[in-house]
Design a protein around this ligand. Sequence first.
Ligand SMILES: *[C@@H]1O[C@H](CO)[C@@H](O)[C@H](O)[C@H]1NC(C)=O
Ligand SMILES: *[C@@H]1O[C@H](CO)[C@@H](O)[C@H](O)[C@H]1NC(C)=O
Ligand SMILES: *[C@@H]1O[C@H](CO)[C@@H](O)[C@H](O)[C@H]1NC(C)=O
Ligand SMILES: *[C@@H]1O[C@H](CO)[C@@H](O)[C@H](O)[C@H]1NC(C)=O
Length: 498
Amino acid sequence: MIQKLISLWILLQCAFVTSVFGENAVLKGEASDLDELSATRKPKEGSIKFNMRKSLDLEHEGCFLETGKKECLEKCGFNATSKSIFIIHGWTMSGMFENWMHKLVSAVMQRETQANVVVVDWIPMAQQLYPDAVNHTRGVGQDIADMLDWLQAEAEMPLGNVHLIGYSLGAHVAGYAGTFVQGTIGRITGLDPAGPMFEGATEQKRLSSDDADFVDVLHTYTREALGVSIGIQQPIGDIDIYPNGGDVQPGCAIGDVLAVAGNFMEVMKCEHERAVHLFVDSLMNKDHMSYAFQCTDPERFKKGICLSCRKNRCNNIGYNARKMRKRHTTKMYLKTRADTPFGGFHFQLKMHVFDRKSSVDPDPTFHVKLYGAHNDSTDIYVEVPDNKIGLNATNTFLVFTEEDIGDLLKIELSWEGDGESWSSVWKSFRKSFFTWNTNLNKPVLQVRRIRVKAGETQKKFTFCVPDETKMDISPGDSLTFVKCRDGWDSKPRKRLPM
Ligand SMILES: *[C@@H]1O[C@H](CO)[C@@H](O)[C@H](O)[C@H]1NC(C)=O
Ligand SMILES: *[C@@H]1O[C@H](CO)[C@@H](O)[C@H](O)[C@H]1NC(C)=O
Ligand SMILES: *[C@@H]1O[C@H](CO)[C@@H](O)[C@H](O)[C@H]1NC(C)=O
Ligand SMILES: *[C@@H]1O[C@H](CO)[C@@H](O)[C@H](O)[C@H]1NC(C)=O
């Protein structure tokens, strides 16, 4: 059954890619000769609409801004001293706004009640074969720039108060607007900017950090299929945030989505669109911000190495992101929950695992349970990135809790016993298969302390076994660690550069 579903999904994905990118699709960064063409192809007059939203009521049509028509400004109640937020959609098959648009508009309006909220409607040019829609991004960007120039001239709107939010292809439209406008736009947010035909393209031909004073990007669907990734993989802004590694988003697994939507297109949309929902979440849940942490790659992040906030190494995600200047590449990572509120809590656990008995391939499968002042976590499987716990070595792990457990009080470390799960059955099978002696003594490891750093609070604690004679752990056992002060972290130590 699962096998069938997966092959069907792959088939559909292929069908999707061919239909999206056309039969003779130019897939990667080869848009060079498109430019001369698109430069001469200015979109037809009136085909782009600037719909200023006046009410949360979806039925309410709002009001349209048009360059050169001063009376529109008054009619729409455009307030030049307020923020102006422009929302730009991406490529569309349906020719209609998708549901996320309404969610995003209403979240922006509720958060910024004084702001001018404008939906840029370029649907006639976006509802085309993908390469044709790509050809239009430059012209639409130019039109937005013209609108912004007119607002600067006519209403004395400061460009620094302008924030463009572009989803998918709309992110690159925003990039062109930033290139063509006179002056510098305050901020551009790219929500999973489109990858095909932009990956590897030069800065002028995609969203880039010089298109606005601050460019922040969320990457949620950067998994490659048939050599293309729907969302751009490379970092392109001042900060580039890759939630869950920018790849598998929780709640978007084929089973999860089919259970709710029953439609294969939704499976793909789920991860691409997740960027929008994370942004909406950041607008709505101001009190529970999600933090992202700078790291050189997702594997290091998964080991919990990168939970530092020093020297601007962490930032809020989405709307609450603080402006930062670009260093070389600022890739940032975080884990999220599967649904809103998406934010959770990151912990770095460091422990020295001592091999007491020189055991043959003990290969432990660890779980931890965190006990906090407010609540306790569930039993959390300790993910080991390269599937090997270092013996006689200090190991670093990342543990993520969905609940706010408050200050950490106690940690329970357990070693899954043989036969408790398929993975341990497999491990013991492998062990008896690959070693001569099937009648091994039980492996015994020793863990004395666990050092913990909480990403969200940046607090550090050390946890010790209460009874120094009981530090051994074997399959099926568990150890409990309580807060202690043993001076491990009392002197500030020099950090290694990341
Ligand atoms: C325009 O916006 C500013 C700043 O948000 C606000 O103080 C002012 O009251 C607004 N003016 C009108 C007419 O709404
Ligand atoms: C966009 O560029 C392609 C590739 O060169 C070109 O063949 C096509 O004519 C352009 N699309 C449109 C709609 O003109
Ligand atoms: C770890 O150290 C102990 C004691 O020195 C030794 O017996 C054991 O073989 C070592 N294990 C590994 C995997 O190096
Ligand atoms: C404690 O956590 C559990 C899940 O681990 C959750 O169901 C419960 O609502 C939480 N209780 C409080 C008081 O937050």
